[in-house]
Design a protein around this ligand. Sequence first.
Ligand code: NDP
Length: 309
Amino acid sequence: MPVEIPTFKLNNGAELPVIGLGTYARKADPGQFRKAVEDGIDAGYRHIDTAACYKNEEVVGEAINNKIKQGVVRREDLFVTTKLWNDRHGEKDVIPSLKESLARLNLEYVDLYLIHWPMSVDSDGKDMKLDFVETWRAMEKAVDAGLTRSIGVSNFNEEQLTRLLQQAKVKPVVNQVEINPTLTQHKLVDFCKQQGIQPVAYTPFGLISDARPEFAGKDVIKTDPKLGALADKYGKTRAQIALKYLIQRGIVVIPKTFTPSRMVENADLFHFQLSDEEMAVVESYNIDHRCVPGLPFKNMMNYPFTELL
Ligand code: NDP
């Protein structure tokens, strides 16, 4: 039986499932992406996260359309997110870029279109120094044109969001940023919530994930017995405790896995509740460490991060 994943209501009334399937992988063949999305939908995932820069929209769309044809889901049951890449921030480029994504996905609309990063960078890697407020004007037009149901941002800091909110006609529904037990982001999460912007956590496992061997030594969370004992108490894994911690903070999570058993595991979070003391145990692993610091953009005008570990 597919799991039932609850939703959070966004500021425009849309319902966003609190667990989505991340689809980014540095190295994977198209068949792996297709199978992951098909397996995810079979397991009960209704929220799928992709991006133009993941170069997998075609196969993600194939998987979605296969599952619609098979009668497993209807289009309206799904919440599909894709993202505008940094080289298409020019006001005249946004709608064409979204139309290209829709053509690759073979969908008539997406549920959410995000500005992937606040910086604009041309295809040679040069800072274009465009104002994201101008980009946002075109994002708003994409809603009017029916190409996307909602619009939002990703990797925006508080100052950038404040400026955007002062100028926007349509408020961003989400800010998708890295949040996990090793980067808890309380200040930004609180700000987003105060403004009615839903925080969405990418890289939700942080340093728990084996996908991050480059940070060996900082990954005490993988072996620390306190977290192990907490996971054992509920018959869960460390990974599940990390996701549960985020959801209990009112944050949407988009874990990526190609492993069907982990898809089920990552969505099996709704029959237990962490106490305040247990939430504090998870918090204690925070070291403000960014797994995704966006270093190639570090010296650019709208680079969003100041603190880097
Ligand atoms: P995650 O924190 O989701 O970690 C993914 C890794 O964790 C994979 O190696 C996966 O392995 C492993 N994993 C998954 N489930 C479990 C589990 N239950 N137990 C142990 N290991 C597990 O990192 P991502 O960086 O992929 O982030 C998730 C998604 O967020 C991306 O796929 C993408 O959609 C989005 N994202 C957005 C960004 C942005 O700038 N907006 C930046 C980065 C990510 P396996 O697949 O082998 O099971």
